[in-house]
Structure formats: C-alpha cells, structure tokens
Design a protein around this ligand. Sequence first.
Ligand SMILES: NC(=O)c1ccc[n+]([C@@H]2O[C@H](COP(=O)([O-])OP(=O)(O)OC[C@H]3O[C@@H](n4cnc5c(N)ncnc54)[C@H](OP(=O)(O)O)[C@@H]3O)[C@@H](O)[C@H]2O)c1
Length: 213
Amino acid sequence: MNVALFGATGKTGRYLIDEALRRGFDVTVFARSGSSFTNSRVRVVRGDLTDHALLREAVRSSDAVISALGPTSLQHPKGRPITRATEAIISAMKQENVQRLIAVSTGTAADSGDGFDWKIRLPALLIRYVMRSTNDDIQGVAQAVRASELEWTTVRVAFLKNRPESRNLNVGLYGHTRHSWTVSREDVATFMFDQISRGEFVHQAPGISSREL
Ligand SMILES: NC(=O)c1ccc[n+]([C@@H]2O[C@H](COP(=O)([O-])OP(=O)(O)OC[C@H]3O[C@@H](n4cnc5c(N)ncnc54)[C@H](OP(=O)(O)O)[C@@H]3O)[C@@H](O)[C@H]2O)c1
C-alpha cells in the first residue's frame, strides 16, 4: 500500500508515520519548504502546498491520502491557507485518480446530523468569535472535503494528547454519541489508518474521543 501524508510534520504526524510504517506501507510525507522535517524511513516531497505539480507528484500512485493539516497556533494567518492547500490536494488527487481521503477536523466543523453537546458548542463558540481566522479555515477545509466528490472521511478529534493509545474510543456524531474531552494522538493515527480499508465512515464526519477520560 502507498499512502501520502499531509500535516505529518507535526505532533500527530509522528504517530501517523509510525502507524503507516508499522503496517508496512510505503509512505510519502509532504513537508513545507521551510520545514526542518527529516525522516530517512519515508519519501519526503518538499515545497509549497499550492504547487500543483509537486502535489501531484506526492499523491501519485497512492491508495489513500491522509491529512492532519490544520490551524494550531493562535496566530493562524488570514486567507484560509489550509483550505487552499486542501483544495489543491483534492485537485491533485482527482488528476492522479486517487479516491480515498481521510482528513482531521474538529467538532467546530458541525455536521448536519449533530445534536447538542455543550463540550463541543462552547469551544466552537469561543473559536468562532475569538479565533476568526482559525475558524474560517476549519470551516473551509470541512466544506472543501465534503464538496470533493472523493471517498472522504473527516475525523473530528477531541483535544489531542500525547498518551499511549487506548483502542477504546467513542465514535460518532456529537449530541448522539457520548464524547469525552480528549483523545490520544496515537489513537487518532490508528483510527485514521483503519479507515483506509473500512467503508463504514465514507462520506461521514465522526467525532472521536477516548472512552474513559
Ligand atoms: N491540538 C488539539 O487539541 C486539536 C484539537 C482538534 C483538532 N486539531 C487538529 O488536529 C491536527 C493535528 O494537530 P497537531 O497537534 O498534531 O498539530 P501540529 O503539530 O501543529 O501540526 C499541524 C500540521 O499542520 C501544518 N500547518 C499548520 N499551520 C499551517 C499553515 N498555515 N499552512 C500550512 N500548513 C500548516 C503543520 O506544518 P508545519 O510542520 O510545516 O508547521 C503541521 O504539519 C491539526 O489539523 C489541528 O488543527 C487539534
């Protein structure tokens, strides 16, 4: 299996790469031009996330694309850079005939099937009014993925923690599934890779959180 990873230069990315290698996949990691990311166990394509030719090169022959791209700093730039990158990745996937896209998102990007869950609604309100550029990009990515006509899944994660995987997750829409506040990055990586071969959540946006915490 070949997998192309975006956003794998960050904290969740470390677990995504480990999970891919553990499964024996051939891995391509797209790293931004200024990134200090190196890893001798994976193929690295380095450049701008809007460089179409380079994006096509990164996703070529992939069985799936996994993205953990997302705003993480309080100073997230205006102009929705992650949305633009996601749209460019989707376009490259279509041109290279790659169908499966699994992308990280958050509860802030609501699904029409969600019910009320204050654990999601409160942080979402805070992000919407205090971190406008972050919110714009989160919503933009979710819309781009939904509109993509690919076999997409968005994995809406709780607050990420660097703790060992539990393999014991709440999975489902907010307001219908009882969710906790946090999830381990390792669990997120395992869940995302499980989706490559599972059709259960194609065209869906499940929330995931740890069961007992
Ligand atoms: N932390 C949480 O509790 C939490 C909660 C819900 C959702 N999420 C989402 O989960 C994902 C993984 O989180 P994490 O903690 O592993 O994040 P992280 O370590 O900050 O990694 C984020 C990734 O996105 C890339 N990125 C960030 N800003 C970018 C920009 N303006 N343009 C292009 N690429 C950019 C980073 O690239 P560089 O390495 O080049 O900077 C990195 O590869 C993110 O999408 C985040 O939004 C996080």
